[in-house]
Design a protein around this ligand. Structure first.
Ligand SMILES: [Zn+2]
Length: 512
């Protein structure tokens, strides 16, 4: 393997010194066998180079550890880039219906029309899609249009029929609006199952498309936060063939949507490219669609709504405890204050029962002082999505009670409470999965002025934070000797996040 010497740029390693986040400057990096072999002053590193070492002058560019996206639905990102009808960024129902009608014309009768990404807060009509319109536009095809949050789905009559859903159907942890053709939370599982599980080859295709795209954005490792058995098999197959372009960590689902069955704990797996020793639970829904479980009613909704808790607490505890005892990390989706209360109580009881690894809370959206303090005490890792502040801002302003806007995705409060924070995008819930866009939002676009974080904190959370969240801080996240040479090279001025772009991405010191 060739050696590389990187120098002549702004080489920075995010570091936490005491309670202060800093970007440790380095003059040179020596890369050997895919890892960082030396780092520091050029005068110290250069003599370690050999005659065949490739010398790379950075011409003033910035080098950081590759970004780690701690929560991104990789296969769905790939699916949207290949086969799915992309409804992200659509501005009106009229436009949405137009796209659906056009797609329907390309399908054979009976084929599923699956789209994703609509967000009623961004639609001119401020309304959700309607079953009657979808029936008219796609009379011969079942239609499933997933909202941007993936917690609400619009369907037509044929889809309802295939899923066996009638006016009387009830689903635990979900709701069905039969008249309008809207499925909330776990009700989606009924339709998903009627569609038939995608083949492993399809999953592999989507995963690769997703991961290659992430790599182009400077992401060198990522966590796929909702993996079921067929998806796990696809990841394992890709890994066995050496076809994973970046490193992946998996959160394995225990309770799939639309059912009360429980998947057994998966076989643990750990290699240089793929890791699976975590499980995932959903405690509630999303804020942007007003399904996160909160204790004050959502704004502008009549009758008053408080969102949904997916689990009875004892049941969540039982499933979590089994995983905790077996040494699995746990990542639980929790956004509303009622969900955070529940999950933190459950985590506390886990540690009372037995010691275990640090667990995480995905999103951590409406955390108040009591949640921050309890999370800190339990060593819980917070996994928020800075880009939500940009892309879902209109939803938050529309639904979140005014008194809580200041705590809504308050990234600064998470750092100030002393939490370990791992940044992520939750793509394709958002359109912009680029870490550089997330960085902009974290630094310059807080929901309430004063809640922004520093550059040092944001870069730490996008690199080391994700590594810690998956137990990989010994091999990635910084530019210390012994870490993987997974790097991103940036153009632009770090002091102006809007000026930055990805110049190249290296994984194991190699540009794909
Ligand atoms: Zn997610």
């Amino acid at each position: 393997m060739p050696q590389h010497l990187l120098f002549g740029g702004n080489i920075l390693s995010p570091t936490l010194e005491g309670s202060g986040y800093v970007l440790k400057p380095l003059e040179a990096l020596l890369i050997r066998d895919g890892k960082i072999a030396a780092a520091g002053r050029l005068s110290e590193v250069e003599p370690l180079a050999t005659p065949d070492t490739q010398r790379i002058h950075l011409e003033g560019r910035t080098v950081l550890p590759g970004f780690n996206d701690a929560h991104i639905h990789v296969w769905k990102v790939g699916q949207l880039r290949t086969t799915l009808l992309d409804l992200r960024g659509v501005k009106s129902l009229e436009e949405l219906y137009c796209l659906v009608g056009a797609r329907a014309k390309t399908l054979k009768p009976g084929e599923w029309l699956w789209g994703r990404g609509w967000n009623e807060a961004l639609l001119a009509e401020r309304a959700m899609p309607d079953k009657a319109a979808l029936d008219r536009l796609a009379p011969h095809n079942p239609v499933l249009l997933t909202r941007t949050c993936a917690h609400i789905h619009a369907v037509n009559s044929q889809a309802l029929q295939l899923a066996g859903i009638t006016l009387e159907t009830q689903v635990p942890g979900g709701e069905i609006n039969f008249e309008q053709g809207l499925l909330y939370e776990t009700a989606y599982g009924l339709v998903f199952r009627a569609m038939g599980e995608p083949s492993q080859a399809q999953y592999e295709h989507w995963i690769r498309a997703g991961l290659e795209y992430l790599r182009s954005l400077g992401i060198t490792s990522a966590t796929d936060p909702a993996v079921d058995p067929p998806l796990y098999a696809a990841y394992r197959a890709l890994e066995a063939r050496g076809e994973l372009p970046i490193r992946v960590n998996l959160l394995y689902i225990r309770r799939p949507d639309g059912g009360s069955e429980t998947f057994p704990l998966p076989e643990k797996h750990r290699s240089d490219w793929l890791r699976c020793d975590s499980v995932k639970f959903f405690a509630d829904g999303g804020l942007s669609g007003a399904t996160a479980a909160i204790s004050q009613p959502y704004k502008t909704l009549e009758p008053p709504q408080y969102g949904l808790l997916r689990f009875a607490e004892e049941e969540l505890l039982e499933l979590a405890l089994e995983a905790h005892r077996a040494g699995f990390r746990i990542g639980t989706h929790a956004i509303g204050d009622r969900a955070l209360d529940q999950v933190l109580r459950v985590y506390e009881r886990l540690y009372q029962e037995a010691p275990g690894p640090r667990h995480r809370i995905e999103h951590f959206g409406l955390a108040g002082p009591e949640h921050l303090q309890k999370a800190r005490q339990l060593g819980v890792i917070a996994v928020p999505q800075p880009i939500f502040l940009r892309e879902l801002r209109a939803n938050y302003l529309r639904y979140v009670p005014d008194a809580w806007l200041a705590r809504c995705f308050n990234l600064r409060a998470m750092f100030e409470a002393g939490l370990t924070v791992a940044f992520s995008s939750d793509g394709p819930v958002v359109q912009q999965v680029e870490p550089l866009k997330g960085l902009q939002a974290a630094l310059r676009e807080p929901l309430v002025e004063g809640n922004q974080v520093t550059l040092e904190q944001a870069l730490w959370a996008y690199t080391v934070g994700g590594a810690v969240a998956q137990g990989d801080e010994a091999n990635r996240g910084t530019l210390e000797v012994g870490q993987w040479a997974d790097l991103v090279v940036l153009e632009g001025d770090l002091r102006d996040p809007y000026s930055l772009s990805v110049h190249r991405t290296l994984v194991s010191g190699i540009e794909s």
